[in-house]
Design a binder for this molecule. Structure first.
Ligand SMILES: Cc1cc2nc3c(=O)[nH]c(=O)nc-3n(C[C@H](O)[C@H](O)[C@H](O)COP(=O)(O)O)c2cc1C
Length: 460
């Protein structure tokens, strides 16, 4: 077995019910504290204590209103509704930590690239190179409607728009200011040398940005880039742009297939595929013994909400599952979306009869990925086996009973993984990119498309 370090990201959203609907009702859950700065600061410090590489903050720009065509179920269970902005707590977390990275979700479909580039550069300044961007194209009709459209742009068109968005932000981040443009020469009265700051003159199909970047370059220049596309267009996008790729599958073979698909796209884009790092969603319920861990899971399961889970899945699939009989086997339903769902769950367990209610129970605590339950040694064995079988680099650890599930992981699993040489005891490198690409690699690699916009006078 290889003994490579396992990458660890913590997965959160600024909301009450994220991966596991209903669990906010557990007496130990502090999910309702998502509005408090102290909740985020404590989380960041906890993850840094566990030597996590980064906190990944997911986001959605509209309420979940697909189930029964209404937002009621999402509101009742607090599933991603309400949800706060993911960017605004980052500075406070950065001030309370030294090395933890922050991968934050922002939609290329609804931002404007000029102001967005400045926002992320600002965060890269304030975190001293610890910011990452999870690029999403967004999939909720509710977001489109509330942001001024009658309905969403078609799926592949959102990715085309994202392509141009990336070109604009790369040009702003890499191609506007030379490294030594800021001279800060008080005697000569020159802060920045105008000859070394260049307008990007972008005039494309969707965006026109004639001017210079408004921010001077930050430590990483381009923030560390993440993506989680699974469609053809999504995989091509990830292969071209992503440095970290988030995966959501229930069995390692599925993760391997997705990762291989993205790696092939990276090769097609002229990149070294080994520099893309893959992180599988996982939920870990751990206790000193296997029996105690199973009891903990049984306790959590009592709080899982079937309606909430199905409402979440309905939004993910943009398909109202309330139209189905919750206790009828899904294989009898003949629509493309449902077929995909049946295939997915049949691959997990072909012997089981999958009804909507069974699926809701299955994902009740584990959300969008595998559930590892047991003692620290049992969990570490399971995580190592998954890494081996899926050919991925690490995990995006969910926190269904925040912050208890994170804390259990940090206190019980991390020491076991450290003992096995799979999690480091001290961080190496300072910026987020160095976590993924190795110490010394603060800027995008030369084979990344952002590097094409570098000017003479800027350095990798
Ligand atoms: C682990 C993971 C996290 C994701 N987080 C978000 C998110 O925070 N916000 C969002 O709008 N989409 C999120 N997505 C959705 C993806 O960006 C993507 O749209 C989805 O996987 C479907 O792929 P496609 O866009 O190629 O069709 C996430 C997906 C995965 C697998």
């Amino acid at each position: 077995m290889t003994r490579e370090r396992i990458l660890l990201h913590g997965l959160r959203q600024s909301t009450v019910g994220h991966t596991a609907a209903g669990l906010w009702r557990h007496p130990d859950s502090q999910a309702h504290r998502y509005r408090e700065l102290s909740y985020w600061v404590e989380t960041a410090q906890l993850l840094e204590r566990g030597r996590f590489d980064a906190l990944f903050v997911a986001d959605a720009l509209g309420p979940l209103d697909t189930w029964q065509g209404s937002v009621d179920a999402a509101l009742r269970d607090g599933i991603q509704t309400p949800t706060d902005d993911p960017l605004l707590s980052i500075s406070a977390m950065a001030a309370a930590t030294e090395r933890l990275g922050f991968a934050v979700t922002v939609s290329s479909t609804y931002e404007r690239p000029y102001q967005f580039a400045r926002k992320l550069t600002t965060l890269d300044h304030l975190t001293d190179g610890r910011i990452g961007w999870n690029i999403v194209t967004s999939a909720l009709d509710s977001a489109a409607r509330n942001l001024g459209l009658d309905q969403q742009l078609p799926h592949d068109q959102r990715y085309l728009l994202a392509e141009e968005f990336m070109e604009v932000v790369y040009r702003l981040w890499e191609g506007s200011w030379e490294d030594d443009a800021v001279v800060r020469d008080a005697a000569a009265g020159v802060f920045a040398d105008p000859a070394r700051v260049h307008p990007i003159a972008h005039a494309g199909e969707h965006y026109r940005v004639p001017g210079i970047a408004l921010s001077e370059p930050s430590r990483q220049r381009t923030p560390t880039l993440y993506q989680a596309g699974t469609s053809r267009a999504g995989q091509a996008f990830a292969g071209k742009h992503a440095e970290g790729v988030f995966l959501s599958t229930y069995e390692p073979a599925g993760a391997r297939a997705l990762a291989d698909g993205v790696r092939a796209q990276a090769v097609a884009a002229g990149r070294d595929p080994s520099t893309l790092k893959f992180l599988s969603i996982a939920t870990v319920i751990v206790a000193p013994t296997d029996a105690e861990a199973r009891a903990k899971l049984a306790d959590y399961e009592q709080y899982a909400s079937v309606e909430g889970a199905l409402a979440r899945w309905s939004a993910l699939m943009q398909l109202d599952l309330s139209q189905l009989d919750l206790d009828a086997p899904l294989e009898h339903v003949e629509t493309d979306g449902i077929r995909g769902m049946v295939d997915l769950f049949t691959r997990i367990d072909a012997s089981r009869t999958w009804t909507p209610r069974e699926i809701a129970r299955f994902v009740g605590v584990g959300g969008g990925g595998p559930l590892f339950v047991g003692s620290p040694a049992t969990v570490a064995d399971g995580l190592e086996r998954w890494i081996e079988q899926a050919g991925v680099d690490g995990f995006n650890i969910a926190d269904p009973v925040p912050p208890v599930t994170f804390r259990d992981f940090v206190e019980l699993v991390v020491p076991e993984l450290q003992r096995r040489g799979r999690v480091w005891r001290e961080y190496d490198g300072e910026t987020l990119r160095e976590r993924l690409q190795g110490a010394g690699q603060e800027r995008v690699r030369d084979d990344h498309p952002a590097a094409a916009w570098r000017r003479a006078g800027t350095h990798a």
